[in-house]
Design a protein around this ligand. Structure first.
Ligand code: HEC
Ligand code: HEC
Ligand code: HEC
Length: 472
């Protein structure tokens, strides 16, 4: 991770799910009720500690180096560093002290307090140096740290449950032997009562967390299975792209669930539908453009923004060509679900607006704002500039049913991902000082209904409520 990337991190909350107070109350209330019932029934819900399985994989020699290297790759695929590395502290932008990788302490904002990620370097006192392989696998798959400490689901263990044994061994070898120990405690998470009651998460885990490793689907080829495995386990794509239920659980962890990967809002960013919906999903995006998008943040005229920028920078840009092709092939196999928005570049309306924009003769509200403030980068024809500025015509994120991301991007501005193989990062300016909320609503309504795009209008109220949620 470079300085620029980690500077960006400082400004971004990373709590998956925007877990609301109300929702966590529901989680804990359900947990307390179940605990009480269990006590009455005289059963002991806590599992007895499993005997620790001694780790025998990593001793010496060439196989070790290979195993550790594979673990390092898998840690990228799972973005462990993205959550387990603190934000840079002090100094001017670009001159901050760089925090040690994996030493934890990244604060994830939640409405009831900040959850800090743990130090997962092999330091025996402050990190996970004393973990056996069994401890490690259990923390990742079940969200239970040694001593029975239940982890908050800000750690995506419901997805990591599917990681297979070979990969778990490689990850363990990497964390024990490939990561530098850092003797520095991560700040401890102190949430107010009742959120401090970690034990109550037991019932959440028991009721809502899938069990069992990924099982290959016999009717599918090896590439499909590889893609499904990465998306569902290590990549934890559903943590953002699947909507959440009333107890903050993801509404499904694989394609058998209707709502799996149909879009979710986390930290006020809407992660769009990744199924084959031709409007706001990936239906019109060819597999090779999806792979390019994950490699470089640019593909088929789309540019990663919001919380996807960090995913590309920290994680997907490092995946092998084969793995990216597998991920894309798997996503392309998902049938269209929860369709929203339409795009028809040949529609009469599309032709008319094209013509009107060309002659400057547009009277719709928002058109003038677009021409003055946006067209210089996104172009009058809405097609953007390849490898620089995204197209807005037919862009699934523009057609999405949830417009929080669009509002947030206009208010805060953004910068495209900075990757090893992609074009240089470009900025989208903030319009907080230039446009009123009403004007933002107008220009967003305009881009959602021009060039053949068709999606519900954005109201001034939509803009003001999104702005008050992000306090901007
Ligand atoms: C989306 C953010 C996120 C990602 C990705 C993530 N973690 Fe975590 N992890 C957390 C948070 C937050 C905690 C602390 C949870 C708590 O305090 O309940 C945590 C806790 C842990 C713990 C428990 C440590 C302890 O004893 O307290 C381990 C081990 C761990 N993570 C390992 C990993 C590994 C290995 C990866 C990559 C395969 C990973 N994590 C990826 C957020 C994340
Ligand atoms: C931290 C949350 C988060 C995670 C984890 C995440 N995404 Fe995203 N993703 C987003 C957001 C927000 C967007 C919308 C912004 C954009 O289009 O770049 C997005 C956009 C995308 C897009 C472009 C969709 C479009 O219609 O424009 C693709 C493809 C994608 N993500 C794939 C993935 C895959 C594959 C994974 C898992 C390896 C993943 N994402 C994990 C938040 C996330
Ligand atoms: C100086 C060039 C520039 C201007 C002016 C500009 N944008 Fe952008 N826009 C960008 C860049 C660069 C991105 C990618 C941002 C990112 O990755 O965070 C972007 C992204 C977007 C996206 C998300 C689409 C995607 O696939 O990434 C939308 C929607 C958008 N801009 C709308 C607008 C609107 C509306 C205006 C005018 C009010 C505007 N932009 C003005 C450069 C610009």
């Amino acid at each position: 991770m470079n300085a620029r990337q980690s500077a960006r991190r400082a400004t971004r909350g990373r709590f998956h799910g925007g877990l609301s107070r109300q929702r966590l109350h529901a989680v804990l209330a359900a947990g307390c009720a179940a605990a009480f019932a269990a006590m009455l029934a005289g059963s002991a819900p806590l599992r007895a500690a499993e005997p620790a399985v001694p780790y025998v994989g990593a001793t010496q020699g060439a196989t070790d180096a290979a195993l550790i290297a594979r673990g390092a790759y898998l840690a990228k695929a799972a973005d462990c560093a993205g959550c387990h590395t603190a934000a840079p502290a002090g100094g001017q932008p670009g001159k901050e002290t760089q925090p040690a990788p994996f030493a934890g302490g990244l604060g994830m904002a939640s409405p009831f307090g900040t959850i800090y990620s743990s130090n997962i370097t092999p330091d025996p006192d402050n990190g996970i140096g004393r973990y056996t392989y069994g401890d490690f696998a259990r923390a990742l798959r079940e969200g239970i740290a040694p001593g029975g400490k239940r982890l908050y689901p800000a750690m995506p263990f419901p997805s990591f449950a599917k990681i297979n044994d070979d990969d778990m061994h490689a990850l363990y070898a990497y964390f024990m032997h490939g990561v530098k120990p850092v003797a520095q405690p991560a700040p401890s998470t102190r949430l107010p009562f009742p959120f401090s009651q970690r034990w109550a998460l037991l019932f959440w885990d028991w009721a809502l967390v899938p069990r069992g490793q990924y099982v290959s689907q016999p009717g599918r080829d090896a590439q499909w299975n590889r893609g499904a495995y990465i998306v569902q386990s290590l990549g934890h794509c559903g943590a953002c792209h699947t909507p959440r239920g009333p107890a903050y659980e993801e509404r499904g962890y694989d394609g058998d669930a209707h709502l799996y990967l149909t879009g979710g809002t986390n930290d006020h960013w809407f992660a769009p539908n990744l199924t084959g919906d031709p409007g706001s999903g990936l239906g019109r995006v060819p597999a090779q453009d999806i792979a390019a998008f994950l490699r470089s943040g640019h593909g088929g005229g789309l540019v990663a923004f919001g919380s996807m920028v960090q995913v590309v920078e920290d994680s997907t840009q490092y995946l092998s060509d084969d793995d990216l092709a597998a991920v894309a092939a798997y996503l392309k196999s998902l049938p269209p679900r929860e369709p929203a928005g339409l795009y028809d570049m040949r529609s009469r309306a599309a032709q008319q607006t094209m013509q009107a924009l060309r002659t400057g003769d547009v009277e719709r509200p928002g058109a003038g704002i677009f021409q003055s403030y946006c067209a210089r980068c996104h172009q009058s024809d809405g097609l953007g500039v390849v490898q620089k500025y995204p197209r807005l015509a037919g862009n699934p994120a523009v057609l999405a049913p949830q417009t929080t991301s669009l509002v947030r991007l206009l208010v805060e501005g953004g910068a495209s991902p900075h990757t090893e193989s992609g074009p240089p990062s470009r900025k989208m300016p903030s319009f907080a000082d230039k446009l009123t909320s009403e004007e933002m609503a107008q220009v967003l309504t305009f881009i959602r209904n021009t060039w053949g795009n068709a999606a519900p209008p954005v109201s001034t109220r939509d803009v003001t409520s999104a702005r008050s949620a992000i306090h901007k």
